[in-house]
Design a protein around this ligand. Sequence first.
Ligand code: DGI
Ligand code: FE
Ligand code: FE
Length: 430
Amino acid sequence: MLADEKTVLLLGGTFNPIHNGHIAMLDSAYEALKPDEVWIMPNGIPAHKEAPVGISAQARLEMVEACLPLLSMSDVVRIETSETHRAEVSFTFQTMLRLHKEYPSYRFIFLIGEDSLDAYDTWVHPEIIAENCELAVCGRDQNSFELLLRKCKAAGDKYHTTFHALNMKLVDVSSTEIRRECQGFWSSYYKMESFPDERKVYDDFREMLMNTLPEAVIQYLYSHRIYADSKAYLEGSSTMNLEDIRKDLKKRLKGSRYEHTLGVMYTCASLAMRYSYPMQDALYAGLLHDCAKYMGADELIKAAEKHDLPITEAERRNPSLLHAKLGAYYAKERYDVTDPQILHAIRVHTTGIPNMNLLDQILFVADYIEPNRDKAKNLTELRNHAFINLDETITMILRDTLAYLDTCNVEIDETTQATYDFYRKLTMGD
Ligand code: DGI
Ligand code: FE
Ligand code: FE
């Protein structure tokens, strides 16, 4: 065999989202066929299904990436992304023609389910597919393997290629059902009047999906709130709409602070588009993050005491830090925001916190790079890099902030330092 003669097992799909069924299918097909490589091909617009709505191709791809370490053949698997971001429908016969042309010496085996085998005659140009690859078919039901063998034999005779029948244990998972469950979950979440703590919300979410999805995908769906596009969500994260809150803030904040607030709001929405987070929530977080910033040092201390908010020693010495904590308090009490992620993002926006969740990160970065900012160093670089890598951008922002605070000779809050240490280690490994 020549060095470039390889057997490659292919699994295409929308992966909306990738689930335990896909993973089991890959593991058993790999076990049965022992190919040299496995390529997973997330498509853009599938031929047989409706185009995915409310989720970007990038988000689908990132969930597939998160699953690679879980696969038994993780050292020989790779993701083939040439169709992931394509704007046209992906037909399998075109994909196979292209792959065959690009890798003429490779032996491709295209993995499908028994349902697809039953409908194989209705695919577009099944004969062209068969000319360019073999197929491997995962059975629907282990008890009828004999039947699958017969069907594969018949298809093989008809299309002059090998249809491998795979005797695997059925893992019955439906992406449609998963999406429906998530939508239901977020829809009741947005309707709640007060929320249990974040940990409890995640635990319930995890519990619901534990049998169908790997933990990495559950975490991704949760932290990005994928499939939360229900009507309840669109009605907003507060009973007050953005417009009414904006008018109120315009009265309270001084002109430049108000302009900054709007800049942060829009920048939050832009980053939410980039990193797949519900935009509405990001807009609320941005609009409200400095809602306590009209108060002076004494006022902040007094208000925090009045509302029984704990004040750290560092905050006593440097009360302006309190505008974050108090901002979260007003967001809840005055502007009726109940969503714990929004409140949390506001609460930690000044010092950051180690291991921030996605909305925390979006707000932290937006606050620093919004269009009206002009004093900080490296803004051009940061504004670009924010849309490439959030963790690295946060590291750079904290590095510059700490250096700046050092020149001002002001005390550095231990949380700010801890956040920097965390992100520096995460992104630079020391
Ligand atoms: O409220 P903004 O001005 O929009 O932005 P912010 O909430 O990030 O607050 C920025 C100020 O907070 C900036 O001057 C740096 C300062 N800051 C951040 N971390 C610390 C800090 N100040 C002190 N003294 N100690 C910190 O650890
Ligand atoms: Fe602030
Ligand atoms: Fe701000």
